[in-house]
Design a protein around this ligand. Structure first.
Ligand code: ADP
Length: 397
């Protein structure tokens, strides 16, 4: 069953066509919308990447272009749109309404609209993607897969903030967590690598990319995660500060004579390793600068590692031990020195990294006698979206 996976940002559309039963990727690509100078890229598996500059007015025009390309006689990966059984959409915020993926309906879309206030930057774009697909392929079933759903198993004492309870009751102010599809995917893969079922293991997942979050997954269920009401909380990220004293906000408002929104903008876009190093949000450039003796770049590397280490310790305590720690996403999968920095000093609490295996990027990075396994598992959020979509569509028939 072929599934079209759509991940819409405010000015972008990432897409893939895949068959989740066979774990078969047919094509993938990215559209960056900017009016007459929009860019369109398409890679059919086994062929060269094609990139063009094209006029695309909006998400609907983008989706039309995707459909024309994937069914093109010469370069397409399928013959006809009827070969697409369903569309799976990423929806960032499901609020408390969605603890699992769902088929699209008017009622479901209404709830997603209501959740816009929780994710003003993300949900409108995701909703635009659904509407665009409905406009050009009205008879194809569609499903939504939420970044927040996997974390809905957290207990109130984990997801509430210690502020007056009525703010939760009245405005749903609480921790939601994000990257749920990734935490779910890699924790399940970890269980299978350990030869166990997810219900039999405790896993700490570290999804560290440009954005990043850690989760504590106990017997298949998330019990805590580092991102919060928004993706700003938790780890030190590419441009986000992660955890900090909320009083910093009002202090900066008064010192810089700026609004709360302007401070939030700084905390989201100008902070993290970018803010500390002044070099880049990308750790590859920070690593180069640090190697050349740039002290602020070196501090940024250390802060990044210290925060992840802190969450690993926190979650080890909450879980009462763990079977494995998983590294995934851009930094987790590629930066062996960062993994080394994070794991250094954790030997006495049962986390022993094997330097050679780490350098070689093996799947199991821990020493044979390490009580807690350290695993390197590439994430695959699109595969989760495609699997969930295929399952929902099959069940509905
Ligand atoms: P996101 O989905 O949050 O944008 P990704 O998981 O794709 O992020 O990760 C992208 C980030 O991964 C880049 O910004 C970069 O910092 C980091 N990255 C990728 N490769 C490397 C590498 N070899 N060394 C260090 N960092 C890397």
């Amino acid at each position: 069953m072929n599934i079209l996976v759509i991940n819409c940002g405010s000015s972008s559309v990432k897409y893939q066509v895949l068959d989740p039963d066979k774990n078969d990727l047919l094509c993938k690509g990215l559209i960056e919308l900017s009016g007459d100078t929009s860019t369109f890229s398409y890679t059919k598996t086994g062929s060269e990447k094609i990139s063009n500059t094209v006029p695309l007015a909006d998400h609907t025009a983008g989706v039309k272009m995707i459909l024309d390309t994937i069914t093109d006689e010469k370069i397409g990966c399928i013959k006809d749109i009827s070969e697409i059984a369903a569309v799976g959409h990423r929806m960032v915020h499901g609020g408390e309404d969605f603890a699992s993926s769902v088929l699209v309906s008017d009622e479901v879309m209404k709830k997603c609209e209501e959740n816009i206030e929780l994710a003003p930057l993300h949900n409108p774009a995701n909703i635009a993607g659904v509407k665009a697909c409905q406009a050009v392929m009205p008879n194809v079933p569609m499903a939504l897969v939420f970044d927040t759903a996997f974390h809905q198993t957290m207990e109130p004492d984990a997801y509430l903030y210690a502020i007056p309870y009525e703010y939760y009751e009245n405005y749903k102010v609480r921790k939601y967590g994000f990257h749920g599809t990734s935490h779910q995917f890699v924790s399940q893969e970890a269980a299978s690598l350990l030869g166990k079922k997810p219900e039999e293991v405790k896993i700490i997942t570290c999804h560290i990319g440009n954005g990043g979050s850690c989760s504590a997954v106990e017997y298949g269920k998330c019990i805590d995660t580092s991102m919060g009401l928004t993706p700003l909380e938790g780890l030190v990220m590419g441009t986000r500060s992660g955890d900090l004293d909320p009083a910093v906000v009002t202090f900066l408002m008064s010192k810089l004579n700026i609004s709360a929104d302007e401070v939030l903008e700084i905390l989201n876009k100008k902070s993290g390793v970018l803010g500390i190093s002044g070099v880049s949000n990308d750790l590859r450039f920070i690593n180069d600068a640090a190697d050349q003796g740039n002290e602020r770049a070196q501090i940024a590397q250390k802060m990044f590692a210290r925060r992840v280490k802190g969450y690993i310790g926190n979650y080890l305590a909450q879980l009462g031990g763990a079977d494995a720690i998983v590294f995934t996403a851009g930094v987790g999968e590629n930066d062996e020195e960062m993994r080394e920095r994070i794991c250094k000093g954790l030997e006495n609490i049962g986390i022993k990294l094997d330097s050679e295996k780490n350098k070689k990027k093996e799947t199991v990075l821990s020493t044979d006698d390490s009580p807690i396994k350290i695993l390197l598992i590439p994430t695959n959020e699109e595969l989760v979206i495609a699997r969930d979509t295929a399952k929902l569509v099959s069940e509905s028939k």
